[in-house]
Ligand binder design. Structure first.
Ligand code: FAD
Length: 478
């Protein structure tokens, strides 16, 4: 039976990137997906469900490491940044810097083509059902091929890039490194449409041709946000994410029966941009629903013979839910780590461990802190968010937070502004507590365990702070 050096399960953003990297490093790579080669990166029957926004720096990182270039068609519209608006639309804060509003099917195809160009073999229409485990080590994958026959494929290292519902992650043997399930409270249920709208519309509170807009509003999008991201040719990517628990609380309070679909419909009706619009269903990618995780990435992302990457490891940014950047960065690092392990002949936990350190250093170090900030945001109602955005955080401090750095809140100056009652005082105290915990978590991650031996102590500290945040600041959208 053939044994590959590296099996990459999942040909989405993270998998195609990992396969391209391992291929570039001369490894015998098999890239697997349930889609055919005509539709690489399609997440589900609903298409390439995504907001399509990615930071320019993440694209540059890939190009630097793979030596490729992306066509302007695949990159789509260049934007100045992502801007979050307060519920009353009176205040704006930056979320992220320059970036692109991608054409996701073309972008996925470009990464896929790069993997094939670098020598990866592709096996399409193959449904992965789980890992082959022998002697507590992953030795490949099993699943059903195009003809519906059960098939086993063996590899020295298996990279799990199957996305959020990964059957590889969920079928790993019990282990302390990787959680099998993602807590429901840490998921955003999301839906999005691509619409063609009137290009002449001009009101940057609702639509901005130069920026991706995020609308924070705990009644319209409980525990999440709505978004309107500009695209080329007068199209927009509009969508909404909610936390299930916040939606329940909000429905209960108002005696409402809204679900994700009805909330998106209301959001579109609310936005005056959508007076005349029609669905752009190119590549059958116009309407879709899926989930994104908003927790820190898995504390550990390797197991003997196994590396996890992208959404399978919950790597999306907990604050913005942006997962393309971490999937791209993770893909480069996973492809490299797998290749190194194959070369050294050490695919054990210890042999793969440096991938954790590399990922934490390159991207993951501030994500646990960001998760605490997300929990803080979900604990506030619209009035608290309006007041907090206006009074407690300056533009510069917001920039610091979205880059995972912790601003020194100029406390005395801020406290003097606290004139508006109990809610504001609670919010302020929680903000101070939150920034303190972000600092602690960043320090814990700066000292990420050098070997699996020190891992349990590290994980204990991280989980304890996250649990403390959840119990101190429960979801409370209304
Ligand atoms: C509505 C929505 C909006 C979003 N907006 C943004 C945004 O604006 N910016 C951003 O950065 N991120 C956004 N994200 C997150 C981003 O889309 C993901 O983080 C990113 O796609 C992760 O890439 P991935 O390759 O890890 O996983 P995926 O893109 O999910 O790819 C997984 C691949 O594995 C394949 N696969 C899955 N299971 C099997 C199986 N059993 N057998 C064979 N193949 C399988 C799938 O077909 C797919 O090709 C959004 C997510 C959603 C849901």
């Amino acid at each position: 039976m053939v044994e590959y050096d590296v099996i990459v399960a999942g040909a989405g953003v993270s998998g195609a990137t990992a396969a391209a990297m391992a291929g570039k490093l001369g490894k015998k790579v098999l890239l697997i997906d349930r889609n055919s080669e005509m539709e690489p990166g399609k997440k589900t029957v609903w298409g390439w469900v995504c907001g399509d926004a990615v930071a320019k720096s993440h694209i540059t990182y890939v190009q630097k490491n793979l030596g490729n270039t992306f066509s302007s068609e695949a990159l789509g519209l260049a934007v100045d940044g992502v801007v979050a608006l307060s519920p009353d639309l009176g205040y704006k804060l930056p979320f992220d810097g320059e970036g692109y509003s991608l054409e996701r099917p073309l972008f996925g195809k470009a990464l896929f083509d790069e993997a094939i160009k670098n020598g990866a073999e592709f096996k399409g229409k193959f449904s992965v059902e789980g890992p082959i485990i022998e002697d507590n080590k992953v030795r490949g994958v099993f699943g059903k091929n195009e003809k519906g026959e059960e098939e086993k494929i063996r590899g020295k290292v298996t990279i799990d890039a199957l996305g959020i519902a990964s059957l590889l992650r969920r079928k790993l043997p019990e282990n302390p490194y990787i959680d099998k399930e993602i807590d429901y409270e840490d998921l955003e249920l999301t839906g999005r449409f691509i619409y063609k709208t009137e290009d002449s519309f001009d009101d940057p509170k609702y639509y901005d041709k130069k920026n991706a807009l995020i609308h924070l509003n705990q009644q319209m999008a409980p525990g999440g946000y709505g978004w309107v991201f500009p695209k080329t040719e007068g199209r927009v990517n509009v969508g909404l994410g909610v936390q299930h628990k916040s939606l329940e609380l909000r429905n209960k309070k108002f005696g409402a029966n809204d679900n994700l679909k009805s909330l998106i419909e209301k959001y579109v009706k609310w936005n005056p941009l959508f007076k005349n619009y029609k669905l752009d269903n190119t590549s059958r990618n116009g309407e879709g629903y899926w989930s994104v995780s908003v927790r820190r990435q898995m504390e550990g992302m390797v197991y003997p013979g196994y590396i996890g990457v992208g959404d399978s490891m919950a790597s999306a940014n907990p604050l913005s839910a942006g997962g393309i950047g971490p999937a791209l960065i993770g893909g480069i690092l996973a492809g490299r780590a797998a290749s190194k392990a194959v070369e050294s002949g050490d695919t054990s936990l210890e042999g793969l461990w440096d991938y954790n350190l590399d990922y934490v250093k390159q991207y993951g170090k501030s994500m646990a802190g960001m998760e605490v900030f997300r929990i803080f945001l979900q604990s506030m109602n619209n009035q608290d968010i309006d007041y907090g955005m206006k009074s407690f955080i300056t533009y510069e401090e917001a920039v610091e937070i979205t880059y995972g750095r912790i601003p020194e809140l100029s406390l005395t100056k801020k406290v003097s502004k606290l004139v508006r009652g109990v809610g504001a005082l609670r919010t302020f105290k929680d903000l101070v507590w939150t920034t303190q915990k972000m600092k602690e978590l960043n320090a814990i991650y700066a000292d990420y365990p050098r070997s699996p031996k020190e891992f349990p102590e590290f994980k204990k500290k991280v989980v304890s702070i996250i649990n403390e945040a959840k119990s101190r600041m429960p979801s409370s959208p209304v």
